[in-house]
Ligand binder design. Structure first.
Ligand SMILES: C[S@@+](CC[C@H](N)C(=O)[O-])C[C@H]1O[C@@H](n2cnc3c(N)ncnc32)[C@H](O)[C@@H]1O
Length: 272
């Protein structure tokens, strides 16, 4: 465990370090793959970020912004796979502080930076980035159009915006609570057409939409299997971020995916 932190010993970074110890790893030898169960804080884990990286079309020297980056799992993976610099921004100081420490552990501090801030109103220069991503953020926003407008502002002409999100198909039989909302009254999840329309309203061209339902279903089943194998919550998992209610939230999201209430879609948009 870290000895020089002033924050609560049960903060996110300490929970991750405890989990690492339990799997026989340390900050000195941990890998991106080891941490994926906790720092890829979205359905599908690395299996959805791998295809996403190809849609970004960036390489060494490129610049990517991750809007609502969490603790930076996707950002570090993109940095490693492409050689690009990745700038993340997230509202939560705890996940940002944790994520920057994880980047230090794995030698990504020069290539990945995480800032605390609003993804809908970032401090970054206009047209600074070659690509943008946003994973599982729009459902938390009362005005998700602002996220699309900001992505458009931040990209250079020709830049790509890749979004991976759940979309609602029907509210009939929708199980709550889910990871992004306690109930229907607080749920901002959009349907596929609305997400596309927001991107177009921001100025983007629609390029592609990829159905990730099969990857997502398999990921849920693997998460549940890991809990069965561990006889409870495993050392590293989304519950370290989401808290002890995670199993219920995940079961409901899985039920909604299986029941056709939601789909998991990856959208690719381009800035003309
Ligand atoms: C489900 S997590 C996804 C994190 C990350 N994209 C990933 O896939 O690992 C959603 C994140 O969105 C962040 N968030 C919500 N509203 C935001 C906003 N207005 N600006 C920046 N981040 C926001 C939350 O703090 C949270 O870390």
């Amino acid at each position: 465990m870290s000895s020089n932190k002033t924050v609560d010993k049960y903060n996110l970074l300490d929970r991750i370090e405890e989990g690492l110890e339990a799997i026989g790893k340390t900050p000195a030898n941990v890998t991106i793959e080891d941490l994926a169960p906790v720092d890829e804080f979205h359905v599908g884990g690395l299996d959805v970020v791998k295809p996403l990286v190809r849609h970004l079309q960036v390489g060494t020297g490129g610049a990517v912004v991750d809007l609502g980056s969490g603790s930076g799992g996707p950002a570090r993976f993109i940095a490693r796979e492409t050689g690009a610099h990745v700038q993340g921004i997230d509202l939560s100081p705890e996940v940002v502080e944790t994520g920057n420490e994880l980047s230090k552990w794995m030698g990504f501090s020069d290539q990945v930076g995480l800032d605390v801030g609003d993804a809908c109103a970032t401090p970054y220069e206009t047209a600074k980035f070659d690509a943008a991503i946003s994973i599982h953020v729009h459902m938390f926003l009362e005005e998700p159009q602002k996220l699309y407008d900001e992505a458009f502002r931040l990209l250079r002409s020709g830049g790509r915006f890749v979004v991976f999100d759940p979309v609602v198909r029907t509210k009939e039989g929708f199980a709550y609570p889910v990871p992004w909302a306690a109930d229907a009254a607080t749920d901002n999840i959009c349907d596929e057409g609305t997400l596309k329309a927001m991107a177009v309203a921001a100025g983007f061209n629609f390029a592609q939409c990829i159905d990730c339902n099969d990857i997502a279903l398999q990921w849920f089943e693997e998460v549940f299997q890991r809990a069965i194998d561990a006889g409870g919550l495993p050392p590293l998992g989304p519950h370290l971020v989401a808290g002890p209610d995670f199993p219920l939230l995940a079961m409901n999201a899985y039920a909604n995916l299986q029941g056709g209430q939601i789909s998991m879609l990856q959208f690719v948009f381009t800035k003309p």
